[in-house]
Ligand binder design. Structure first.
Ligand code: MRU
Length: 342
C-alpha cells in the first residue's frame, strides 16, 4: 500500500491563498461554486475584513492570510502593533489565527525586516502544506480497505495552504484505494460542505455523495461509514476539540453506532494554554446567515435565530487526533502533554 501525497498529487488542484509580491489574492469562498472570483487585498485592513466576511475561511487558511497581512503591512511601512491587534480580532475560535500572529510578532520582536516577515509568512504557508501531506499519510493509515467515510464542513485546499486536513486524509485514502465511499454533510447554515467540499471533490474527480446534516444518524445506522473524519479550529490541552457547528452531534452519533471519529489538524491548531473545551470561545455569527439561504430571506420576517458556528466534541468521543507530529489515539491530557507539552 502506498500513501505518499506529493506536491503534484493528482487529487489536489486548488491554492486559494496566493501572495502576489505586494498584495494577497484570495479565492472568494462566499461565491463558490457558482462563481470563481478572486479578491485582491491591498492592506491589512482588507485582509482582516476578508477573514471576518469569510472570503477566506478555515482555521489554517485564516492564520496564513493573517500572516500575509502582517508581511504586507511591513512592506508598506505601517506600524505593526496595531495591525497585529486588528487581525487578532477578525475571528475568535480558530487558534491558528492567534498562533500565526504570535509567530509573526516574535519575528518582529527579534528585529525582522519586511523581507524577513515575507519569508516568515511564506514559511507558515509552506509548513501547513507539508503538514497536510504528512497528516494525509498518517490518517489514511488508520483506515481499513473498503471503508466509508463521512466528513463535515470544508477542510480541504480552500481551508488550508492546500490538500487539506480531514479532506487530505480522504484524498490520501482514496488515492491509496482504501476509501470506498465518501459522504459530505452540507454544513448548515453557511453550507461549507455542500458548496465547498463538494466543489473540491468533484473538481478533483473523487466520487462523493452530499447528505443533509440531519441524515447523518440514518447514514451511520446503515453501516455505510466506518469513520467520521473532521478538522478542528482549536484543540484544548485535554483533547477536547472545537470545530464547525454540528461536529459535536456527529461525535455522539458516531459513538452510539460504533463508527470511529477522527480529528485531523496541524499542530498550529493545538492550544495547550486552553485546559479544556469549556474555555474555548465559540463564535456567534449574525442571525441572517441562518434566516437566509444564498442571500435570500427564507424565514418569515420577525423571526429570530441563534447562530453559534462552532461546537466542542469532548475528547472522550474522539478515537484519534492526527497531527503532522503523529497520531494520538483516545486523547487525554496525558497523551496531549506527551506530544505537545513544553
Ligand atoms: O467557519 P469556517 O468555515 O471558518 O469553519 C471551518 C471549520 O470549522 C473547519 O472544519 C476547520 O477550520 C478545519 S479546516 C482545515
Amino acid at each position: 500500500m502506498t500513501i505518499s501525497p506529493t506536491p503534484t498529487c493528482e487529487h489536489d488542484s486548488i491554492r486559494a491563498v496566493q501572495w502576489q509580491d505586494d498584495h494577497l489574492r484570495l479565492l472568494d469562498q462566499r461565491l463558490l461554486p457558482a462563481d470563481e472570483r478572486w479578491i485582491d487585498c491591498r492592506d491589512a485592513g482588507q485582509v482582516t475584513q476578508a477573514i471576518r466576511d469569510l472570503v477566506v475561511r478555515g482555521a489554517p487558511a485564516i492564520g496564513i492570510a493573517a500572516a500575509w497581512g502582517v508581511a504586507m503591512a511591513a512592506r508598506q511601512g505601517a506600524a505593526l502593533e496595531p495591525v497585529l491587534a486588528m487581525l487578532r480580532t477578525a475571528r475568535p475560535t480558530a487558534v491558528n489565527l492567534m498562533w500565526a500572529l504570535d509567530r509573526m510578532k516574535k519575528r518582529i520582536a527579534a528585529g525582522a525586516d519586511a523581507d524577513a516577515l515575507v519569508r516568515e509568512a511564506q514559511a507558515i504557508q509552506d509548513e501547513d502544506l507539508a503538514a497536510n501531506w504528512r497528516m494525509g499519510e498518517l490518517g489514511a493509515s488508520l483506515i481499513t480497505a473498503g471503508s466509508g467515510v463521512l466528513t463535515h464542513c470544508n477542510t480541504g485546499s480552500l481551508a488550508t495552504a492546500g490538500y487539506g486536513t480531514a479532506l487530505g486524509v480522504i484524498r490520501a485514502g482514496v488515492a491509496a484505494g482504501l476509501i470506498a465511499r465518501v459522504y459530505a454533510g452540507e454544513t448548515r447554515p453557511w453550507q461549507q460542505g455542500a458548496r465547498l467540499t463538494m466543489w473540491e471533490l468533484v473538481r478533483d474527480g473523487i466520487p462523493a455523495k452530499l447528505i443533509a446534516d440531519s441524515a447523518a444518524a440514518h447514514l451511520m445506522k446503515s453501516g455505510a461509514v466506518q469513520w467520521v473524519i473532521v478538522g478542528a479550529d482549536r484543540i484544548a490541552a485535554n483533547g477536547d476539540t472545537a470545530n464547525k457547528i454540528g461536529t459535536y452531534q456527529l461525535a455522539i452519533v458516531a459513538k452510539y453506532h460504533g463508527v470511529k471519529f477522527m480529528v485531523v489538524a496541524p499542530s498550529s491548531t493545538v492550544d495547550m494554554a486552553t485546559g479544556s473545551g469549556e474555555e474555548i470561545e465559540i463564535e456567534l455569527r449574525d442571525a441572517t446567515e441562518l434566516l437566509s439561504t444564498a442571500g435570500k430571506r427564507t424565514v418569515v420576517d420577525g423571526a429570530q435565530a441563534w447562530n453559534p458556528v462552532f461546537d466542542v466534541a469532548p475528547a472522550e468521543l474522539i478515537d484519534a487526533i492526527v497531527t503532522e507530529r503523529g497520531v494520538i489515539e483516545r486523547p487525554n491530557s496525558i497523551s496531549m502533554q506527551a506530544m505537545f507539552g513544553w
